[in-house]
Structures are given as structure tokens and as C-alpha cells.
Design a protein around this ligand. Structure first.
Ligand SMILES: C[S@@+](CC[C@H](N)C(=O)[O-])C[C@H]1O[C@@H](n2cnc3c(N)ncnc32)[C@H](O)[C@@H]1O
Length: 305
């Protein structure tokens, strides 16, 4: 086994960078510009030492052809992707979602007589976005009503997916430390988390609404398993994608959204030059995208009008 220092001086040559860049781009949609060569070199170098490889060409071949490539792919992904996230990130958008969008979605679901609310956080990293959405749904008070026999009337599900298995395992664990709460109001942390020795645990009633799965967004067939969505959050991920991957992912979202369903992107992301299939929904506190609502009554329950 090579020592870490054995790989210290190994350089990622331009042709090796192109091979690795194209492999990552084809498999994940993430675009790496020439400026990322040295960051990739720095981040992946430790893998050469762990695998006892002499250079990045060998690493490329390992990722493509070695019987252990799948496990190594997960390691490589976690080293080169950005998983930065925290609770209530871009909180103005989340407040607009709670106060302006959820009432619309509740109304649409009532009209289709389903009383089902399905939300998808695509590229959810370690789950903070998913639990934030579930807390907002709870706070809205719109979906908590019980039937006389105490059976919940609403079926509310918040799905979180990410390409990283490590992130999804952490999201399922639902235990968080200080940094994740950098913009969380103290009363929210008090009400929706249990302070235990190993960190802040999301309380059970919020966890029960949330479901996680590992998924590469370039695989549209996997996304079909989730069914139809009322809202999709895809924030701070498309900025890392190349143009074809953006188009492909947005087309998947369009397919998955119910008519009248909404798409919420990160603050620095837009559908300009990506898709014209959505309309803009002007909220008091934000601008979001919506799949045109025509005939939303029919699509959930084709039999009902
Ligand atoms: C910066 S995080 C954003 C987390 C969260 N949405 C937020 O805004 O705080 C981007 C996430 O996208 C995930 N990702 C990158 N490419 C992906 C792909 N092809 N399919 C699914 N997830 C992907 C990464 O693993 C990462 O966790």
C-alpha cells in the first residue's frame, strides 16, 4: 500500500484532466472548467495513494474498468462535488413558499379531490432542505387537519434525492450540528429538534413526512418511481451543470410536475436558454416557475372531473 506522501507529487496532466472531466460530465452532468484542474488534482490525489496507483491515467482506468469501480466512483464523487447546504437556506424563498405557494397547492389538491401533497427536493445533499420544507408545511397549518376518526386526511410526502450515497445516509440519520443552523431561528430549533449528546435530532413527526433515496438526476427513469409532484425544489445544483444536462434535468422535472405544480430554483439559477415550457409565477416575495395549470383536475385522477 502506498503511503499518502507517495502521491504528493503526482500531477494531473492536461490530457488526464480532460479524460476525468469528460467522465464526470457524462455521468453526472457537472461541468468542470479548465480552472478546476488543480482543485481536481488536489482532491483526487489521496485516492491514488489509497489505491496504490502511480498516476491519474491509472485512476481513470480504475474508475472505468475495475471491478471495484462503483465503490470508488462514490468516493470520487464526494471529493469533487459541492455538498454545501444548511437549514432554511434562501429563507425569503422558503417563506414565500409557505405563505403563498402552499395555499395554492392545497387548493389545487382539494379541487382534484386527492388531499395528497408531494414535494421533491432534487439534489438535497444531507437533507437540511428536505426537513426545512417539512417544517414549513407543518407551520402552514394547512395540511394538519384530522378527520373525525383521527385519521389524517392529508397524505404529505417530502422526497429528498441526491447522487451521493454518503449524503443520503446522513439525511436519513437526521442528526445535525451547529453549522447547519446558521440561519435557523432559535425557536424553530427548539420546537423541531431534540438536543442530544450526539447532535440535534429532527423530531419524529417531521421525519415521518420525509423520504430519501440515492438518485442520479440524469436517469429520468429512476425519477418516474417518485410519481407526480406538486412542487420540485432544485436549488444550487444546476449552476454546476453543463447546458445539455440542465435541459435534460428540467425536462424530467416538467414531466414529473402536475399541471399547476411549481419549480423552485436557487437564487442564481434560471431557465433562461434552458426551457420555455414553464410560466413565471410572481409572488410577493419571489419569482418562481410553474407548469401551466390547464386541466390540473384531470391529470391526478383521469377518471374524475
Ligand atoms: C450544493 S448542493 C445543494 C443542496 C441544497 N439543494 C441546497 O440548496 O442547499 C448540490 C447537490 O447536488 C448533488 N448532485 C450533483 N450532481 C447530481 C446529479 N447528477 N444527480 C443528483 N444529485 C446531484 C450533489 O451531490 C450535491 O449534494
Amino acid at each position: 500500500m502506498a503511503r499518502l506522501s507517495d502521491a504528493d507529487g503526482v500531477v494531473l496532466r492536461p490530457e488526464e484532466f480532460r479524460l476525468l472531466r469528460d467522465l464526470f460530465s457524462a455521468r453526472t452532468g457537472i461541468a468542470f472548467g479548465p480552472e478546476s484542474r488543480f482543485a481536481i488534482e488536489r482532491r483526487l490525489r489521496e485516492r491514488l495513494a489509497v489505491l496504490n496507483l502511480a498516476n491519474f491515467s491509472e485512476y481513470y482506468h480504475f474508475l472505468r474498468f475495475n471491478p471495484l469501480a462503483d465503490a470508488e466512483w462514490d468516493e470520487a464523487l464526494d471529493l469533487v462535488t459541492t455538498n454545501e447546504t444548511y437549514f432554511f437556506r434562501e429563507d425569503f424563498q422558503l417563506r414565500a413558499f409557505r405563505d403563498e405557494v402552499l395555499p395554492l397547492l392545497a387548493n389545487q389538491a382539494e379541487q382534484s379531490r386527492t388531499r395528497r401533497l408531494s414535494i421533491w427536493s432534487a439534489g438535497c445533499s444531507t437533507g437540511e432542505e428536505v426537513y426545512s420544507i417539512a417544517i414549513l408545511i407543518h407551520q402552514s397549518g394547512l395540511f394538519n387537519r384530522k378527520a373525525p376518526n383521527s385519521e389524517p386526511l392529508w397524505d404529505v410526502r417530502v422526497h429528498g434525492s441526491d447522487i451521493s450515497r454518503r449524503c443520503i445516509a446522513n439525511a436519513r440519520r437526521a442528526v445535525y450540528a451547529g453549522g447547519a443552523f446558521r440561519v435557523t431561528p432559535p425557536e424553530v430549533r427548539r420546537d423541531f429538534f431534540e438536543d442530544r449528546a450526539d447532535g440535534f435530532h429532527v423530531i419524529e413527526s417531521i421525519r415521518d413526512m420525509c423520504h430519501f433515496g440515492q438518485m442520479n438526476l440524469l436517469h429520468a427513469d429512476r425519477a418516474r418511481v417518485l410519481g407526480n409532484m406538486d412542487a420540485i425544489f432544485c436549488r444550487n445544483m444546476l449552476i454546476y451543470f453543463d447546458a445539455p444536462a440542465r435541459k435534460q434535468v428540467i425536462s424530467t422535472f416538467h414531466e414529473r410536475l402536475l399541471p399547476g405544480g411549481v419549480l423552485l430554483l436557487g437564487h442564481s439559477e434560471s431557465l433562461l436558454n434552458v426551457s420555455t415550457a414553464f410560466e413565471l409565477l410572481h409572488l410577493r416575495g419571489d419569482l418562481i416557475y410553474r407548469k401551466p395549470p390547464a386541466q390540473f383536475r384531470d391529470s391526478r385522477n383521469p377518471g374524475k372531473v
